[in-house]
Design a protein around this ligand. Structure first.
Ligand code: SAM
Length: 278
């Protein structure tokens, strides 16, 4: 593959910071991400944000098929050149957030892995969309800013623990599999990144009402500094008595704050709330 900088000049492409365009070129790094994602010849992959296609190429060499979404059509000449000769790639030039998930999953057909160096400005909405709504996604291996990575994998009673940690932890298992220094990107971003692998495990806590859990999480982290009892009163408009009764039934001390509850406890609490709300 021709040097990225000369290609960019040749195709008259200019990086758009607003689209989170920080590209990777190191083939060893890219191959190791593909390996750590567990991609093999039976895997169908969805890549979000192809950039100049370096990760796409590493994926296509190993996977059965790669479906890619790229918002910036001006990358087409670069991608056409870099991915020529690989016949298992299908690219859609579209904002991934504008694609209907059910249509995307119909097109992809099989169960699939998401593998992506995500644009930082939209990491959380993309991630939550797939975690909460996608039916056929088996795992997501994503490069994100290191600070976001820490939030995705954190444990209760830490500063990094928050709504997104609990949402992911309720249906999946997440771990950091690689740290990637900012020097690896062109252009170089301000902060380091990390690769997080999230394996879906939808039944890990049995069945529960996802809507009520979502509300419970919002309620608990609405105002992190407040006790759960106060947040329950504010968010659900329960009286003090009802709020404290719910906490007692869920086996949670009423002075506790949301960030002290394990994911399992959050699910228990959401079940009691559902019961009380009827
Ligand atoms: N995969 C490439 C790599 O690793 O070098 C590029 C990663 S770069 C961090 C993110 C890419 O996502 C950019 O190419 C950007 O144009 C694209 N992108 C940004 N927002 C997008 C969106 N909403 N839908 C699809 N692609 C998007």
């Amino acid at each position: 593959m021709e040097d990225l900088k000369s290609q960019i000049i040749k195709h008259n492409f200019s990086f758009k910071k607003s689209l989170g365009q920080n590209f990777l070129t190191d083939t060893n790094l890219l191959d190791s991400i593909v390996n750590l994602a567990g991609v093999d010849e039976n895997t169908t992959v969805l890549e979000i944000g192809l950039g100049a296609g370096a990760l796409t190429k590493a994926l296509a060499k190993k996977a059965k098929k790669v479906y890619g979404y790229e918002i910036d059509r001006s990358l087409k000449p670069v991608l056409d050149e870099n991915l020529s000769g690989l016949d298992n790639i299908e690219i859609t030039y579209l904002d991934i957030m504008k694609e209907k998930l059910d249509l995307l999953e119909k097109k992809v057909g099989d169960d699939y892995f998401v593998v992506a160096n995500l644009p930082y400005y939209i990491t959380t909405p993309i991630l939550m969309n797939f975690i909460e709504k996608a039916k056929k996604v088996k795992s997501l291996t994503i490069m994100v800013q290191e600070e976001v990575a820490k939030r995705l994998v954190s444990k209760e009673n830490t500063e990094d623990y928050g709504a997104i940690t609990v949402s992911i932890g309720s249906v999946a298992n997440a771990k950091i599999i690689k740290r990637v220094p900012k020097e690896m990107f062109t252009p170089r971003p301000k902060v380091d990144s990390a690769v997080v692998r999230i394996d879906m495990d939808r039944e890990k806590f049995g069945s529960f009402n996802k809507e009520v859990l979502r509300d419970t999480i919002r309620c608990a982290f609405n105002n992190r500094r407040k006790t759960l009892s106060n947040n329950l009163m504010n968010y659900f408009k329960f009286s003090r008595e009802v709020a404290d009764g719910i906490l007692q039934k869920a086996g949670i001390e009423k002075e506790k704050r949301g960030e002290t509850l394990s994911v399992e406890k959050f699910i228990e609490l959401s079940k009691v709330i559902e019961e009380v709300k009827g």
